[in-house]
Design a protein around this ligand. Structure first.
Ligand code: F6P
Length: 329
């Protein structure tokens, strides 16, 4: 291949810049022209791109967000959108693209691949919800951010003998909630993958804990359980905190952490994993291999056919949940 592109798509994640850097430098060092495509597939359709060199990616490894910007494009999913994207690729002699993003971005990469543009996906999302990988870029930084934020909440919660119900991101998955919940010592953790009964899994747990002398509480709730809470007549974390206050008489507050979770300087883990994945993806394209997703299994970087990767299922670690319930008491 003589020219490859790189883009970031979907929700940004800390570490995406490190992945871009690795792709660009691997390409340049191997004599390939690298085009940085701005604003994901939307930018691809518009031809919004710049030629990159080794120095274009200086001073970005430590920055959150993505220097190429990101977007979610509905037009790209239409036949016209796809044709326009292919036209831009041909005009720019771009034979392959590294797509950094989540499942939605990989579907775009698959559709381009079947039309002759070799694409390689790199999993970049704070949610860690991509089936073919143990780990997605941004997850560790996000967990550390949640931990830091909730530790702060805990200071004030403890000072006032309060309960704080914290909503964390994760889309439809509970990886962020379960792991951060353990890290902050949450008394209860609600995640979409495990059915729960508010009375038993929150109120009764808190009562048992109270009986042992505990007077302040952190409850971690995944954003993905909002609908289940609604079915139970509870309106989000605010509704849950009101329920706790009325049933237990414990003064309660709620907090939706929101987008603070997606920003910030990437951790060592995210920088290193992103660099490894970026290098691996660029080398696949250099070898003329496309229609692949790069993943991580047991600390090894591996790759899968995109279609197969999209069909895989990922399961939450039930044992981890059991441990959390046994020790956060
Ligand atoms: O997929 C990453 C993520 O941050 C999810 O955790 C969250 O549900 C979603 O993106 C938020 O998207 P937006 O930035 O469009 O509000």
């Amino acid at each position: 291949m003589k020219t490859i592109g790189v883009l970031t798509s979907g929700g940004d994640a800390p570490g995406m810049n490190a992945a871009i850097r690795a792709v660009v430098r691997t390409g340049c060092e191997n004599g390939v022209r690298v085009l940085g495509i701005r604003r994901g597939f939307a930018g691809l359709m518009e031809g919004d791109m710049l030629e990159m060199n080794i120095r274009s990616v200086s001073d970005i490894i430590h920055r959150g967000g993505t220097m190429l910007y990101s977007a979610r494009s509905k037009t790209f999913c239409t036949e016209e959108g796809m044709e326009q994207a292919i036209k831009v690729c041909r005009e720019n002699e771009m034979e392959g693209i590294v797509v950094i993003g989540g499942d939605g971005s990989f579907r775009g990469a698959r559709d381009l691949s079947v039309r002759g543009i070799n694409c390689v996906g790199i999993p970049g999302t704070i949610d860690n919800d991509i089936a073919c990988c143990d780990y997605t870029i941004g997850y560790d930084t996000c967990l550390n951010t949640i931990q830091e934020m909730v530790d702060r909440i805990r200071d004030t919660s403890e000072s006032h003998d309060r309960c704080t119900v914290v909503e964390v991101m994760g889309r439809r998955a509970g990886y962020l909630a379960l792991n951060s919940g353990i890290a902050v010592g949450a008394t209860a953790i609600l995640i979409p993958e495990i059915d729960f009964d508010v009375e038993i899994d929150v109120i009764e747990r808190m009562k048992r804990t109270q009986a042992t002398g505990k007077r302040h509480f952190i409850i971690v709730v995944a954003e993905g359980v909002k609908d289940k809470l609604k079915e139970k007549g509870i309106d989000g974390v605010d509704g849950l905190s009101k329920r706790i206050e009325s049933e237990l008489g414990v003064e309660s507050r709620s907090c939706v952490l929101g987008h603070v979770q997606r920003g910030g300087s990437p951790t060592v883990k995210d920088r290193v994993v992103a660099s490894r994945m970026g290098s691996y993806a660029a080398h696949l394209l250099l070898d003329g291999i496309g229609n692949r997703v790069v993943g991580m299994q047991k600390d090894e970087i591996v790759d899968y056919d995109i279609v197969e990767a999209l069909e895989m299922k990922k399961h939450i670690d039930l044992n981890l949940y059991k441990i959390a319930m046994e020790i956060s008491i």
